[in-house]
Design a protein. Structure first.
Length: 280
């Protein structure tokens, strides 16, 4: 037998006797997979009780938890105090004896004028923004966030509690643009300070952009910001020794004041609602 034939035979014999770990766990075959636990699918015909109450326009979802725990809510004649309880869309859900129904989601945009406060009612008898949108819907719409009494501009109203939570939660950083009027020209050095960020009494604040309004006196400034802290725009300029004489919110979460006169409202378009839902 030739030496080459001998070597070939030896190799063949070795392959038949020894296990090849690379062959056993080849890339093609892969390692043995662990059995996966079946994923429990949610029932589209069920909804958490607190969400049902909130979607019915009674209150926010967090407030609904409080009412449920207090025994204000019943399902099919039985008072439910359990957190996380789920109801069917066909169940008889009542709040203080009044039957609830899931409302159609509505979205109304107001161009707020001065001298209206952002609240549902006022014990001092001051005018509220609710007066301005009272004819917009039969549903209980609530303002998304707030504007100061003397601040004008865009204010959104809705009965969509989930969207309200998204647009007001600081982690989402909803984009807002303000047109600011000052009592004196803004010095370029102060504009640079705002660009760099300021340290206020409740922490630092950073704007996305600040600039002079083109074609206007340097008393007028545009500010783009995502912070939702109380009176934050006014406080930025007050910190540097300026008084804000007029403040107008011209953009909110991508919505604009185009074709919306001061004191008037309009319903959002379907595309605008979709765009708001896509905010992360």
């Amino acid at each position: 037998m030739a030496k080459s034939d001998y070597n070939r035979g030896k190799k063949a014999s070795g392959n038949s006797q020894k296990r090849n770990p690379k062959k056993q766990f080849s890339k093609k075959e892969g390692f043995p997979k662990r059995p996966q636990k079946p994923v429990k699918k949610s029932n589209p015909n069920e909804i958490r009780l607190n969400r049902y109450v909130a979607n019915a326009g009674i209150c926010s979802r967090r407030e609904a938890d409080t009412y449920i725990a207090a025994g204000n809510v019943s399902v099919n004649g039985k008072v439910i105090t359990e957190m996380g309880y789920k109801v069917k869309l066909t169940d008889d859900v009542r709040f203080d004896g009044r039957k609830l129904s899931l409302e159609k989601k509505e979205y109304v945009l107001l161009n707020k004028p001065k001298n209206f406060i952002t609240t549902t009612s006022d014990e001092k008898g001051r005018r509220t923004v609710m007066e301005l949108v009272s004819s917009a819907s039969k549903s209980r719409l609530l303002p998304v966030g707030r504007l100061d009494r003397n601040t004008t501009g865009l204010l959104l109203f809705t009965n969509d509690g989930d969207l309200t939570k998204k647009l007001t939660h600081p982690t989402h950083g909803v984009r807002k643009i303000y047109h600011v009027h000052l009592d004196k020209n803004l010095a370029l050095s102060d504009l640079r300070k705002i660009e760099a960020g300021l340290d206020l009494e409740d922490g630092s604040v950073q704007v996305d952009d600040v600039s002079y309004i083109q074609g206007s006196p340097k008393k007028e400034v545009g500010v783009e910001i995502r912070s939702g802290r109380n009176r934050i725009v006014r406080r930025i300029f007050e910190h540097l020794g300026y008084n804000v004489t007029k403040l107008d919110r011209v953009i909110f979460a991508g919505l604009t004041k185009k074709d919306l006169p001061r004191g008037h409202w309009r319903h959002l378009t379907e595309q605008e609602v979709i765009n708001l839902g896509m905010i992360k």
